[in-house]
Design a protein around this ligand. Structure first.
Ligand SMILES: Cc1cc2nc3c(=O)[nH]c(=O)nc-3n(C[C@H](O)[C@H](O)[C@H](O)COP(=O)(O)OP(=O)(O)OC[C@H]3O[C@@H](n4cnc5c(N)ncnc54)[C@H](O)[C@@H]3O)c2cc1C
Length: 378
């Protein structure tokens, strides 16, 4: 057993850290204030090879795994979770899914374009009536000559506005057994009938664009069906195991931001003639934040390591997401408290971290759903 990062992982961490400090740090507050999509940062991330990190080399990527993406995503999310979630969805919900479940032709057609950033991927599962109850889909794909006709509305789609490729889940047999009647489809933005709906005005992650997606009589060629047309829900859940590692890594990044900002502030801010960090009440908060960050990083890396090894990992992925997101929210709360009144203003980044942290407990399975998954495995 070895807890050290390999040389390769250290290299990814260092290059992601350098990139994040140079390309994300200076713009994160503006991106949040203006709700502007960080397209320049994404273009640079693509140039650095981050968008294709988990895509096999034969399709233009780096051929690395979940542990590598966890290390990368912690670094990106340290400075900008809007960029972090865009890349997490692209990489862990779309690229990895096509790589695992796609045909050779689908991989050849889409993975190089996703790896290069020519196309950004979006994952379309949620619908107005199907949130936590994700099998309760109304979006449907009807069999037609040579392919499928897609109709329906998806909610809360990360990168809905900018994506070039949507992985869409739809009912293929309305009389079929729940959860066994769903297909997964690769839908290009340029297909007729693909419409971007309303953009959500959000509490946090304001640079990431979250939209409704409407599919109106979209004709899909047969070769754009991923899987067998009835195992889409199985694909969706399997893919979410990997996605949860991504969101847990996002939580680590925001948690670390809270710790680092608070540590600095507790050295700078003086009250009663000394830095507030010398008061035990503050020092203990910092100790707790640092300890839970370290513990959760190990859990997240273990989940990634299990998935990379092809071992059963659903329970541990949910544990990692549950624990890291809860700890991140507690760290954000403590960070604002340590900053006092200053933490309640936009002068200090912890105000933004506090808002950004909330989402980690909601998407890719809310906290209660992670508990449901874990308890079923006990
Ligand atoms: C910013 C953002 C980005 C997103 N990006 C995407 C995306 O790219 N693609 C996509 O498909 N979806 C996306 N989502 C959707 C997200 O995954 C859902 O919001 C999430 O799964 C929760 O569903 P819901 O919002 O409908 O909440 P609900 O399911 O209505 O849940 C409401 C509350 O009830 C609780 N609850 C529900 N069922 C149970 C139960 N059985 N036991 C106990 N408690 C329960 C939940 O934990 C939650 O606290 C995104 C959401 C947001 C906010």
């Amino acid at each position: 057993m070895d807890f050290a990062l390999t040389e390769e992982l250290e290299m990814i961490r260092d290059s992601a850290r350098e990139f994040a400090e140079r390309a994300l740090k200076p713009h994160a507050a503006r991106v949040d204030a203006e709700e502007s999509f960080p397209d320049q940062a994404l273009a640079e991330a693509a140039e650095n090879g981050f968008l294709g990190l988990t895509v096999p080399e034969e399709f233009g990527g780096a051929g690395l795994g979940n542990l590598h993406s966890a290390v990368l995503l912690e670094e990106l999310n340290r400075w900008d979770p809007s960029v972090g979630v865009t890349i997490s969805v692209h990489m862990s919900l779309v690229c990895s899914c096509i790589n695992k479940w796609g045909t050779q032709e689908q991989k050849e057609k889409y993975l190089p374009r996703l790896a290069s950033g020519e196309m950004i991927g979006a994952y379309c599962l949620t619908e107005p009536q199907a949130g936590s109850d994700a099998a309760n889909l109304k979006c449907r794909a009807d069999k037609v000559d040579g392919g499928w006709k897609l109709n329906g509305t998806k909610s809360w789609i990360t990168t809905g506005e900018q994506a070039g490729l949507y992985l869409v889940y739809a009912v293929t047999d309305s009389a079929g057994r729940r959860g066994h009647n769903i297909g997964a489809f690769l839908v290009e933005r340029v297909f007729d009938g693909v419409v971007v709906g309303k953009k959500e005005a959000k509490l946090g992650l304001r640079g990431s664009s979250t939209t409704e997606m409407i599919f109106e009589d979209v004709l899909l060629p047969e070769e754009n069906l991923l899987g067998d047309g009835s195992n889409g829900f199985k694909i969706a859940l399997d893919t979410l195991d990997g996605g949860r590692i991504g969101i847990a890594s996002q939580a680590l990044g925001i948690h670390r931001a809270c710790l680092e900002e608070s540590l600095q502030y507790s050295k700078d801010r003086q009250q009663f003639g000394k830095p507030i960090g010398e008061f035990q009440a503050i020092a203990w908060k910092l100790a707790d934040m640092a300890t839970s960050l370290e513990a959760n990083r190990m859990l997240v890396h273990k989940a990634a390591w299990l998935r990379d090894a092809g071992e059963p990992c659903t329970k541990v992925c949910s544990m990692a997401k549950l624990a890291a997101s809860k700890a991140c929210n507690l760290a954000a709360q403590e960070a604002v408290q340590i900053h006092g009144g200053a933490g309640y203003t936009k002068e200090f980044p912890v105000e933004r971290h506090y808002r950004d942290a909330r989402i980690t407990e909601i998407y890719e399975g809310a906290t209660d759903i992670q508990r449901l998954v874990i308890s079923r495995h006990l």
